[in-house]
Design a protein around this ligand. Structure first.
Ligand SMILES: Cc1cc2nc3c(=O)[nH]c(=O)nc-3n(C[C@H](O)[C@H](O)[C@H](O)COP(=O)(O)OP(=O)(O)OC[C@H]3O[C@@H](n4cnc5c(N)ncnc54)[C@H](O)[C@@H]3O)c2cc1C
Length: 402
């Protein structure tokens, strides 16, 4: 599945991550500190513009390469991986995909030059049920007044803008939900205190509050009422990167466990020589490889223009659960030292990987997405669907016409 470009890209990213990102990872976690000093090198590597066309300052790569980038970052530092994954998949992507030319020219060059964009979907009463958005948007003349709060916003304290959803009226079918690019400098945009999290402690997560925030209509992303659909399309892509993040965290843990098992001796032998430990290593490597194939397959389908909603949900579900298992087994291979914070990153990875089963839809929600798609297929549709289905159908119809 990987060609030589992918392998070269992985080598380049691995060298960069080992040299620049890894040395600070434990400190960021310990001090709950955002890696400001990494932003320059990450920008120089093109990692803030993976999904942005060159004309807006991006360094676009295919989705498998993007997965490799997130995977390599996560292999050494989960916090840096989520900062980059959220910025690309949830920050820049909606503007690339749904923004006007003027919006692309205004926001994307800043985003690719080192400033983060956040994603504001979740609210205290609208988590899995993202359609339950309570944030309101009222139009007077050509200015919207936004009121409400978004929670759990990755890079909320750092982002210069957030793609946030709000209700333009009170449509029960969510056809009033609209996306706005809200800017941090505006009066009424308040950043809550950062959350004290179990893992990914180098990535700041916070509330964003909007109090009579005046937003010009030119910052509306796409049509009024398209916000819910836009967010579903955005999450289809984002879930692949969360799958990639789980792979990286698990890979990092597997490598530590493997090395430790060949060096640590008990009963006069390396513990890797005991079948109980050797089988653990084999199971970790096998499950991880299966998860990797599923993540890359979803990425390949996305790049091929195929419907990929089900595969994106499957890869996130499977990779995050495998990631959790692998990180936990690695933990046990290390015995007592695995439980100590500091010397080995396995306990950090184990804390970090849990987010992959929650963010961008919990495992329960992925199972819902997958099963609904299977049932839909059984009831008449011939193949997997996607949140982008109407546009794909239009493309297919156009192809047939030509
Ligand atoms: C570190 C971190 C970073 C995040 N970053 C962002 C971000 O940048 N932007 C953003 O908008 N959000 C972000 N989130 C929010 C995240 O997407 C939500 O936490 C997630 O969607 C779950 O919502 P919830 O926490 O409200 O849980 P709930 O929706 O309250 O779910 C609680 C439990 O009920 C289950 N459940 C709910 N509905 C169903 C159902 N229909 N069937 C079966 N089970 C169900 C869930 O699976 C879960 O187990 C982040 C979260 C974390 C922890």
């Amino acid at each position: 599945m990987l060609d030589h470009h992918h392998l070269e890209y992985r080598d380049k990213l691995r060298a960069f991550c080992e040299e620049t990102i890894a040395p600070l990872a434990a400190t960021l976690d310990h001090e709950q500190r955002f890696p400001s000093e990494h932003m320059g090198p990450l920008t120089a590597m093109g990692l803030l513009g993976c999904l942005v066309p060159e004309e807006y300052g991006g360094t676009p790569v295919d989705t498998i390469s993007y997965c490799i980038a997130v995977e390599e970052l996560a292999r050494v530092c989960g916090s840096t991986a989520i900062i980059i994954a959220a910025h690309n998949s949830l920050g820049t992507f909606p503007i690339v995909r749904f923004g006007s030319e003027e919006q692309k020219r205004r926001f994307l060059p800043r985003a690719t030059a080192g400033e983060l964009i956040a994603f504001g979907l979740s609210e205290p009463d609208a988590g899995s049920d993202a359609g339950g958005t309570r944030t309101t948007a009222r139009l007077t003349g050509d200015t919207w007044t936004i009121n409400g709060s978004k929670c759990w916003i990755t890079s909320g304290p750092q982002a210069f803008a957030v793609n946030a959803t709000a209700r333009a009226s009170t449509d029960p079918e969510n056809k009033d939900i609209t996306t706005f690019v809200l800017e941090r400098d505006w009066a009424g945009y308040d950043i809550g205190k950062k959350e004290n999290k179990l893992g990914l402690r180098g990535s700041d997560t916070s509330f964003l509050h909007f109090d009579d925030l005046k937003c010009p209509d030119e910052n509306r992303l796409g049509e009024v009422g398209m916000g819910f659909k836009q967010m579903l399309i955005t999450l289809d892509g984002g879930r692949i990167s969360i799958g990639a993040m789980a792979l990286g965290l698990a890979q990092g843990s597997l490598e530590v466990a493997l090395k430790y098992a060949t060096e640590r001796e008990q009963f006069g032998k390396p513990i890797a020589s005991f079948q109980g430990i050797a089988h653990k290593l084999a199971d970790m490597a096998t499950e991880l490889e299966a998860a990797r194939l599923l993540v890359y397959e979803a990425a390949r389908m996305k790049d091929a223009g195929l419907p990929f909603s089900r595969h994106s949900a499957m890869c996130k579900l499977y990779a995050s659960e495998v990631g959790h298992r692998v990180c936990e087994i690695a933990f046990s291979v290390l015995g007592g030292v695995g439980y100590e914070t500091g010397p080995y990153p396995v306990e950090r990875n184990w804390r970090d990987v849990k987010l992959c089963e929650i963010g961008e839809g919990t495992s329960e929600i992925q199972r819902l997405v997958i099963s609904r798609d299977l049932i839909r297929e059984l009831s008449g549709s011939t193949r997997e669907t996607t949140a982008e289905e109407p546009s794909i159908k239009a493309r297919e119809a156009a192809k047939a016409r030509n």
